[in-house]
Ligand binder design. Structure first.
Ligand code: A3P
Length: 319
């Protein structure tokens, strides 16, 4: 098993010396690449993705900033596209959603991305990425592929990220203090950050090309999951039709719910996945909207809200 964090520690000394870097926490540095920040592992794999990946017209790219609901969307997109596949009925019982849909920049590290299933060229291949549109957009636009972008309010995103990293070895040695985390998040110096610029570019693209880019928020999904699932069916070219459509949608919402997924043995496991340094269970924590109030102090909230207003007021997306 490849441990990316260990690998990145080894590499810290000799790699990426031509990139501007900032200390993050623990032994980790973040490197600036086209105005965004990457761990050195992701910097390498992102470059590899840019060199090697050309989406096919039938592909669906699930794009997101980390901790905004990627795992949930993986489960949903897989379930929507495989709903008539009888061989696939139990896939979410036995597989972690992250293994059903490969993330380009983690997966490419260990193996080639899957080729299109030529026996069934109509079936969409779904690939996930955290790479910002500013960096990946030209490649994404060179194909007719569809993009589903999920995002989440910045305060819950930050708190989810902070909890996630608490499970890393680095955190034990040298914790990422919450006030430092708020500060770095506001400055954009977090992996794949700035969060704000990440969201903005995909948002703008979704407004320009609504047929190809579907933009959805974690909060919308929580509030009206059926509506979101129905819309995603349309975007993915497999709309819900016929007299069973209501039941089909309800079933997908149910099997992908936090309650259901977080209780599957495979998702509760503390084992390490092949391509990721944190255990399977680290992708399921609380699954709620607004959990930041339990962690952030008033002045932290004010600081984040000010940046959010400044960055997002022009696109009508503020939370
Ligand atoms: P919390 O840390 O707030 O609980 P990502 O998949 O992008 O890494 O995002 C992880 C966040 O999504 C975590 O948020 C996790 O608990 C939540 N999550 C995972 N599966 C979910 C689901 N099926 N429904 C709702 N939230 C989910």
């Amino acid at each position: 098993h490849l441990n990316i964090m260990e690998n990145s520690e080894l590499n810290n000394n000799h790699i990426n010396s031509s990139f501007q870097r900032e200390k993050w926490f623990g032994h980790e540095f973040l490197y600036e690449f086209h105005g965004f920040w990457f761990t050195n592992t992701y910097l390498e794999t992102t470059q590899k993705v840019l060199e090697n990946v050309k989406p096919l017209p039938k592909d669906v790219i699930l794009a997101s900033f980390p901790k905004t609901g990627t795992t949930w969307l993986k489960a949903l997109l897989h379930s929507i596209t495989h709903r008539y596949d009888t061989k696939d009925e139990n896939s979410l019982t036995f597989n972690h959603p992250r293994e059903l849909i490969p993330s380009l920049e983690t997966y490419l590290f260990v193996q080639e991305i899957p080729q299109n299933n030529t026996k069934n060229p109509k079936k969409a291949r779904i690939l996930a990425t955290h790479i910002p549109y500013q960096i990946f957009g030209e490649i994404l636009n060179s194909s007719e592929c569809k993009i589903v972008y999920v995002t989440r309010n910045p305060k819950d995103t930050l708190i989810s990220l902070w909890h996630f990293l608490r499970k890393s070895k680095n955190f034990e040695q040298d914790p990422w203090e919450l006030d430092a985390a708020v500060d770095q998040f506001c400055k954009g110096i977090v992996p794949f950050g700035s969060y704000y610029d990440h969201v903005l570019a995909y948002r703008e693209e979704s407004l320009k090309r609504p047929q190809n880019v579907f933009f959805v928020t974690y909060e919308e999904l929580k509030e009206n999951p059926k509506n979101c699932v129905e819309k995603m069916g349309e975007v993915l070219g497999c709309p819900f039709e016929g007299e069973n459509r209501e039941e089909e949608i309800e079933e997908i919402v149910k099997i992908c719910s936090f309650e259901r997924l977080s209780n599957q043995e495979v998702n509760k496991s503390s084992e390490l996945p092949k391509v990721f340094p944190l255990p399977y269970n680290s992708f399921f924590r609380k699954g709620q909207v607004g959990d930041h109030v339990n962690y952030l102090e008033d002045e932290m909230i004010e600081k984040l809200d000010n940046i959010t207003r400044e960055k997002f007021h022009g696109i009508g997306f503020i939370s």
